[in-house]
Design a protein around this ligand. Structure first.
Ligand SMILES: NC(=O)C1=CN([C@@H]2O[C@H](COP(=O)(O)OP(=O)(O)OC[C@H]3O[C@@H](n4cnc5c(N)ncnc54)[C@H](OP(=O)(O)O)[C@@H]3O)[C@@H](O)[C@H]2O)C=CC1
Ligand SMILES: O=C(O)[C@@H]1CCC=N1
Length: 276
């Protein structure tokens, strides 16, 4: 039987996941979303054919699987408000950055299966990448269902240690934004060189897509793929020398460290020690 899935807090990430699921053939009548805003409830119901409710408690009571998609700062009060409805046979999946399994289990206040995920927005095109970790109440069968769920909207990887979820966040959860920022800078520079935005956007984004596909599909070191483009005394060499002059490794390492440090700070804010 197809499990019914409730998305608590329909915003960017929930929409990315359920639109990917719908595109992969998941039945709309098995998806429920919640939002406090009547216009948003009407919009998602009309555009995606899913049920939209105002009450999280009602959505949770009707679901086999509950995907928690509110902002990290809202998660505790949202979960504690419906915790009395939770059944032991349910499966909870959180997408929130920085909220650990221990905090989620504490707020759910039931011995229930909980999976912490870190997806990304390309999920809406079936091109997502999701890091996953489960608590000890999650069965092998539930884990396999979760893998299938995230595989229908892209790829997924289970990590062994929860600490690694901070790194996952900085490598794939937040990373589409880094690449968008890089593309914004490229399109801006092309405009300064006189090329129109539409053409620049197409050229740069297909170059990015093609490069990513080469990394994924060809079994070659990334540095070798770069060297294959870099003719001695050629054009690419000049661009790469400019990156090195700005110490690109440090720029990227600083950004990724800032990202995972923020995830750690958030985990600390909700930790059991902090809440004593
Ligand atoms: N955006 C991204 O790329 C990624 C986000 N995440 C995680 O996903 C989560 C959501 O982020 P994102 O989708 O970007 O945020 P959004 O603000 O777009 O979505 C959150 C939604 O929650 C709804 N909401 C807030 N409070 C309640 C409530 N009490 N009951 C029901 N719904 C509520 C809001 O709608 P309304 O006000 O109408 O109720 C809002 O649309 C975060 O925890 C984030 O860490 C993880 C990976 C990537
Ligand atoms: O910025 C954030 O906090 C979320 C988590 C990963 C992507 N967006």
């Amino acid at each position: 039987m197809t499990p019914s899935i409730a998305f608590i807090g329909v915003g960017n990430m929930a929409r990315a996941i359920f639109s990917g699921l719908l595109a992969s053939g998941y039945p709309a009548e098995k998806i429920i979303g919640t939002s406090r805003t009547p216009e948003k409830r009407d919009y998602y119901h009309d555009h995606y054919g899913i049920a939209m409710l105002a009450e999280n408690e009602l959505a949770v009571s009707q679901a086999d699987v509950v995907v928690l998609c509110v902002k990290p700062a809202q998660m505790q009060s949202v979960v504690e408000d419906f915790a009395a409805q939770v059944r032991e046979d349910q499966l909870f999946i959180s997408v929130a950055a920085g909220i650990e399994l221990e905090a989620l289990s504490r707020w759910l206040n039931t011995d229930v299966a909980v999976v912490r995920s870190m997806p990304n927005t390309p999920s809406q095109l079936g091109a997502g990448m999701t890091g996953l970790i489960a608590n000890h109440h999650t069965s092998a069968e539930q884990k396999s269902w979760v893998s299938e769920l995230f595989s229908s909207i892209g790829h997924s990887v289970w990590v062994e240690e929860e600490e690694h979820m901070h790194t996952v966040t900085s490598l794939s959860g937040s990373a589409p934004a880094y690449f968008f920022r890089f593309l914004e800078a490229m399109v801006k520079s092309a405009a300064a060189q006189g090329l129109d935005e539409k053409t620049s956007r197409e050229l740069a984004s297909y170059a990015m897509l093609g490069a990513a596909r080469m990394v994924i599909e060809l079994d070659e070191p990334i540095a070798q793929l770069r060297k294959n483009i870099t003719s001695p005394k050629g054009t690419t060499e000049q661009a790469l020398l400019s990156f090195e002059a700005s110490d690109i490794d440090t720029i990227v390492a600083d950004a990724m460290t800032a990202c995972s440090n923020r995830s750690k700070e958030m985990a600390n804010d909700f930790s059991v020690q902090k809440n004593k």
